[in-house]
Ligand binder design. Sequence first.
Ligand code: MN
Length: 468
Amino acid sequence: MIPKEMLEKAEEIALELMKRDDFVVIHHNDADGITAGAIAFKMLEREKKQVKAKWVKQLYKETIQEIKGLGKNYVFVDFGSGQLDELKKEFNEENFFIFDHHQPLKTEHEFHFNPLLFGVDGGKELSGSGTVFLIALALNEKNVDLSPLAIIGAVGDMQDFKGKLIGVNEVILNKSIEAGLMLKEIDLRLYGRITRPLVQFLMYSSNPILPQLTASEEKCFEFLKEKGFALKKGDKWRTYSDLSEKEKKELTTELIIHLTNFGEPEWKVKELIGEVYTLLNESKNLPTRDAKEFSTMLNACGRHGSAEIGLQVCLGDREEFFDKAMDLLAIHRRELSEGIRFVQEKGISEEKEFYFFDAEEKISETIVGIVAGMLYGSGIIESNKPIIAFARNEKNEIKVSGRGTMDLIRKGLNLGKAFKEISHLIQGEGGGHNIAAGMKFPQEFKEKFMKLMNEKIEEQMNLEKNKN
Ligand SMILES: [Mn+2]
């Protein structure tokens, strides 16, 4: 259900957009930001408006200076709600729009469109790209063909974490299915069903973690061999989508048995199965065929400072820019496997309340968090404590990524909150989600960080213990 007031506001904003020209779309560099940017760009271009797109990593004071003067009307997508005060200072009130799903400031602004202003949960029920899509649809019903981008964005922001899309996301998905653009199936939810060879398909599973299989190429290889799956057809590695229906069922069953044998609780086993989304107009064996793989490709572009390449792919390029995006995806995958190997060789250290490792210069700061999350399945660490990874950024500050498990969240862990609170004490900046978060701080505070982190996690877990 979409609240009526929300649809009315979308109509109102669409009318306002129609009156104007010379637009600049400013978007974030992750999958949701890129798809949001693409939808905004396309909908304006279709109305014969002059439009440019620009991505920024974050909407800071510095970046606002870069943006000013690029055009006449500014459209901020997938961010802006939290920077509304700053934007009001820097831009003419009449000349900027915000289409975002992050926590808004209390400040009023006429051209501010955010699900949270209408009682729709921007964390679970609508992504940034979905928010822009509602405007696009109000502008012209033909824009329904942009709906797959809204689904890719939602999946990129992990709004399908319960195994399906809900709320306004689901409404958009249904529109997309009705229009014959997407297919929804209940299937194994591991990443890479279209393009990953079977061994890598299991090995890179981090949601759920497959005990002993995640992060171990060797074990995945043995597992599949033992269960009788042919890994190759001719000299080509088979992917999950290459399997027959019967084999798919068998593999699913084997994985369920595997998880159960390791004593995994039922809710975790259930995470294995859920909705997967196929883009029907895309070629069968390309990452753009699957919403999750498409979003990873966009994230790979963003993480390598090339969100504009991802934007072109979203706008339909399947040649020059698409090839570049494929290269970046391959680099991303290589970095991931090298990162895991590096940590496996180097080993993990342990504090009272958390595990940690130093990525040195070996793992780029953009993927160190993903590597950290995958270690849970590797057998290197147990799931009784969160894991913290250290890296250094280009300013030689310490960059920290933290990952936890759903179990730990239930026990009270909130990494985003911990990082935010600690950052104030060590001249840092940080925050994020309860299960995955990041922060950065000056080198000299490393020891202090270790101490504070131990205290903070202990405090969070105790608080929950005492409640029960
Ligand atoms: Mn977003």
